[in-house]
Design a protein around this ligand. Structure first.
Ligand SMILES: C=CC1=C(C)c2cc3[nH]c(cc4nc(cc5[nH]c(cc1n2)c(C)c5CCC(=O)O)C(CCC(=O)O)=C4C)c(C)c3C=C
Ligand SMILES: [Fe+2]
Ligand SMILES: [Fe+2]
Length: 343
């Protein structure tokens, strides 16, 4: 008897970016992004008023100006690095077994379009790879929500696998270690800063198992109870990378950037770390941003330009940002392995 050999669809999902640097497009992006109840997790009416009456109108022109600093001929780096990752993954995966598509959680190309591409190829299974190595409800959780919302409208729902966090994957760590070694090349730094995207503290408490997460030293150990605590995952990523690169423990710091609004976000804040480093006479700092797998506004502009300027204004001499994984081979191999090991 013949068996049907349908292929497996792979959907790469990143956060999303505006269609252009026009204020209108940035406003549309911010509205869609921040109206996601997993991102701003407050009741709908309060969220609607906050986003539509305060954040979108006032932030959009400022964000658009920021996006102009990062925009290249090919457009948004977040988008074209994801496209490059997809193209390289297609080359590495067996075409008789896999079809690869991509989608952005917000704006374009949409997750809907990516899933449509896969379903048109009659795939028998779908593997969703959120491009966020550390799990957060606001990112990986939201991707799952969106995919299921779309699948709800299908008559046939094939088997769908969602890859969760993969901060411990040896090839993820090796890809970052390669970048670290390229930056280090025998140079000495006073401190090695690992700056991750932040989250409102409340979102950590909401995901706490048996009250384990207290936003303090609980994150010094990574185990069963805090395996999905975003803060603990970030500290663990730092420890694994620092160990792999042989960085002295007393020179390594973990902090969190990109705070939005007045609510407390997870600490320490990167902006406070910058001040602390300068005030304690540190001159040379190397910065990693391992929550981002592609260069984007939050890395290139916020860390690579804004924090650098602040550090130098306060007396620092050398602030260097390690570029992101983008579409480097070891990272593509990591995604390939994540997919093949689930198929
Ligand atoms: C790494 C994972 C990310 C988490 C966790 C995250 C949480 C989060 N973000 C906001 C608000 C904004 N983030 C913005 C940009 C942005 N965020 C991520 C990733 C995570 N966000 C990326 C990769 C990017 C860059 C996209 C790009 O196009 O380059 C922005 C827009 C830019 C700006 O206006 O500053 C906002 C706003 C919240 C509220 C949040 C946690 C709940
Ligand atoms: Fe963000
Ligand atoms: Fe924790």
């Amino acid at each position: 008897m013949d068996t049907i050999k349908s292929r497996t669809g792979v959907l790469l999902v990143n956060l999303g970016t505006p269609d252009s640097t026009n204020t209108g497009d940035v406003r549309r992006y911010l509205r869609e992004f921040l109206m996601d109840g997993r991102v701003i997790d407050i009741p709908f009416l309060s969220r609607w008023m906050l986003v539509n009456l305060i954040i979108a109108p006032f932030r959009a022109p400022k964000s658009a100006a920021e996006y102009r600093k990062v925009w290249e001929e090919r457009g948004s780096p977040l988008l074209f690095h994801t496209e490059d990752l997809k193209a390289k993954l297609i080359q590495k995966l067996d075409p008789e077994r896999y079809v690869v598509a991509m989608g952005m959680r917000y704006q374009n190309p949409s997750i809907e379009k990516g899933l449509e591409e896969l379903m048109n190829q009659k795939v028998g299974k779908i593997i969703v790879v959120p491009l966020f190595p550390q799990y957060a409800s606001a990112t990986n959780g939201s991707v799952t929500d969106k995919v299921m919302e779309i699948a709800r409208g299908w008559q046939i729902i094939p088997e769908i696998t969602f890859i969760s966090n993969y901060l411990e994957h040896p090839l993820f760590l090796e890809a970052w270690a390669e970048l670290g070694r390229e930056a280090l090349q025998g140079k000495d730094y006073d401190k090695y800063v690992f700056s991750y995207h932040g989250l409102p503290e409340r979102q950590i408490h909401k995901g706490s198992v048996d009250g384990h997460c207290q936003l303090g030293s609980c994150c010094d150990r990574y185990g069963e109870k805090n395996q999905f605590c975003y803060r603990a995952q970030c500290f663990h990523t730092t420890r694994l990378l620092a160990e792999k690169l042989g960085l002295p423990e007393d020179k390594v710091m973990t902090c969190f950037q990109s705070r939005l609004g007045k609510d407390p976000w997870i600490k320490p804040y990167t902006e406070d770390t910058v001040k602390e480093l300068a005030s304690t006479g540190k001159k040379r700092v190397l910065v990693f941003s391992p929550a981002f797998v592609a260069d984007c506004l939050e890395t290139t502009v916020e860390v690579g330009q804004e924090y650098k300027e602040q550090f130098e204004e306060l007396g620092g001499e050398h602030w260097e940002l390690v570029p992101s994984l983008n579409s480097r081979d070891t990272w593509v191999d990591c995604v390939k392995d994540l997919v093949e090991s689930r198929n």
